[in-house]
Design a protein around this ligand. Structure first.
Ligand code: FAD
Length: 537
């Protein structure tokens, strides 16, 4: 089937939902999401949204903290815009029904403290902030007559004008929508749109250990790259220092806020160790803490370290961290009584589809927002709780600009586009190949392109990913596509892009650490790593 809309949004996290609500005032929106509506990273966010919401804090301080964390690669103008507009966007969320935790006097906000921040500035709904935001936005979406939400619709590839017409690719290429797999019918739909917006979240599933939900397979970055858009800074993958170490508790995060409230990292002998690795100790930025834990685990041969917050009153911990308290307890760890076992895990993609200050990519009518986009805010390392903020500010500004650009966005007819061509493809008789390659990609990325990198490991990683990709490509075109195969192709593409960006950067900066170049080289490398697929048809 072929369908038309003014705006096609791919993804139902904070960025997709916020953008949809704003742009729907002027246009018909179709929002597709590959599983259930709330299967998003947004829904898992614990800490909250960073914004200057207290008289004791200043925008200048928020800017300074963001720049310091970004280690020389932030775009200062973008940092200024996002931090200045942040408070308005947080208040707007409250108007939409988000119940942030109020201050002690019942007014203002109860602001959390997190690593890398010089002031209390994180608005939260206890440790379930993302769930509360997702709930409120979905409720608004449900009653908006201009927004159609389609669950179980997985975008496979973008429709690019020149390719669709069988012409040479050009710099002025236009995006016309996407091919989308309807998981319930198995049909590939041709969805044509005036503007297509990638809000597909991050790529944590590229790595063996991650805090991310299963949907985080980097689809937006992979699709945009295949379509010829510029992508940037993919070497900067943030590893969250403290993921709950328990084989059954899949991907459960212990929020930064636990260290913010006084949690101390200790080794198996019960000794605090972070001061050995960074003078800021337990409140150093995430990259420094993740490397500290990695080094301590390698030095002691331990499987994990521990986060100790037992010195705080039990009642305070149960009230401040209800979700973390309950989940740890469910797996046999009462955090009021004993330290929590933790390990680092892939958490956040600082790079992504390169966009301007309005969320526009290098392809006409293709936008990217939220974690999928590389805006220049995070530079070489995201400051904690700046990502929900970035998604909100960008959704607001991108919608304003899109409306202005297109007056009221209405669909301009394009000539008939070819339907998805799977002639000759048969049902797979070797699903094991897909499972095996998923594991191979994730293990190789964890072992060779993780927290600490080296030239040798990166070279090895490139050779292996090339081989895996050529196997996937053969398989991809011979057999009928399935969600697992589409995602496998995407994690392999994003893995390749991370390896290429990491290999290119011959220094250590922010989240990228290569033992061959332990220092920063501002003269040569104080710039983004930008990749674009060569023009070959
Ligand atoms: C455990 C955890 C805790 C976090 N805590 C915080 C925090 O406290 N503060 C903070 O600022 N940030 C936090 N983050 C980061 C933040 O939650 C994310 O960066 C942010 O929510 C991303 O929002 P998004 O809209 O870009 O993507 P997401 O919320 O991840 O949504 C992506 C959407 O895209 C859909 N999708 C993906 N691919 C396709 C496809 N091919 N076709 C159709 N649909 C597709 C998915 O199904 C999903 O609906 C946390 C992240 C995690 C994992």
């Amino acid at each position: 089937m072929t369908d038309y809309s003014d705006v096609l949004i791919v993804g139902s996290g904070v960025s997709g939902l916020s953008f949809a609500l704003k742009v729907a005032q002027f246009s018909k929106v179709t929002l597709i999401t590959k599983k259930k509506k709330a299967d998003t990273a947004t829904n898992l966010a614990q800490g909250g949204v960073a914004a200057v919401l207290s008289v004791e804090d200043t925008v200048d301080a928020h800017i300074a903290d963001t720049l310091c964390s970004g280690d020389g690669l932030c775009n200062e103008e973008i940092v200024r815009i996002v931090t200045t507009e942040g408070p308005d966007r947080v208040r707007e969320l409250m108007d939409l029904g988000v119940r942030f935790q109020k201050g002690k006097d019942g007014k203002g906000f109860d602001l959390g403290m997190e690593g890398g921040h010089s002031a209390r500035r994180v608005a939260h709904a206890f440790d379930l902030t993302g769930k509360e935001i997702e709930r409120a936005l979905l409720e608004q979406i449900a009653v908006n007559p201009n927004i159609e939400v389609l669950e179980n619709h997985l975008a496979i590839d973008l429709l690019i004008e020149s390719k669709a017409r069988g012409q040479e690719r050009t710099n002025g290429d236009r995006c016309l929508g996407a091919y989308v797999l309807n998981r319930l019918t198995g049909e590939v739909e041709t969805r044509i749109a005036g503007v297509t917006v990638l809000c597909t979240g991050g790529c944590g599933k590229v790595y063996l250990y991650t805090t991310n939900p299963d949907i985080a397979t980097g689809d937006g970055v992979a699709m945009a790259y295949r379509a010829g858009a510029k992508v940037a800074n993919l070497e900067f993958i943030q590893f969250h220092p403290t993921c709950f170490f328990n084989r059954e508790a899949k991907n459960f995060l212990i929020s930064e806020a636990v260290r913010g409230e006084g949690g101390i990292l200790i080794n198996q002998q019960g000794e605090p160790f972070m001061k050995k690795y960074d003078p800021r100790g337990d409140l150093a930025t995430r990259d420094a803490v993740a490397r500290g834990i990695d080094a301590e685990m390698k030095a002691t041969g331990a499987d994990c370290v521990f986060l100790d917050i037992t010195h705080k009153p039990a009642a305070f911990l149960q009230e401040r961290f209800p979700n973390i308290y309950q989940t740890c307890k469910q797996y046999g760890v009462d955090l009021t009584q004993k330290p929590i076992p933790v390990v680092p895990a892939a958490h956040y993609m600082c790079g992504g589809v390169l966009v301007d200050e309005w969320g526009r990519s290098s392809i006409t009518n293709l936008m990217a927002l939220g974690e999928t986009a590389c805006t220049g805010l995070h530079g070489a390392n995201r400051l904690a709780s700046n990502s929900l903020l970035e998604a909100l500010v960008y959704a607001h500004n991108a919608a304003a600009k899109a409306i202005l650009d297109h007056k009221s966005i209405t669909f301009e007819p394009t000539p008939a586009l070819p339907p998805w061509d799977d002639a000759g493809a048969i049902d797979s008789d070797e699903v094991i190949m897909v499972t095996h390659s998923w594991n191979a990609v994730r293990r190789l990325m964890w072992n060779y392109v993780g927290i600490v990198r080296s030239d040798k490991r990166l070279e090895r990683a490139k050779r292996r990913i090339d081989m895996i990709q050529s196997e996937i490509n053969e398989y991809y075109w011979d057999f009928k596509i399935t969600p697992d195969l589409i995602e496998l192709r995407n994690i392999a593409t994003v893995g390749e892009l991370i390896i290429r960006c990491a290999t290119h950067r011959k220094e250590s900066r922010g989240l990228h650490y290569n033992i061959a170049y332990p220092g920063k080289n501002d003269l040569r490398w104080k710039k983004d790593t930008v990749l674009r697929r060569p023009f070959v048809s």
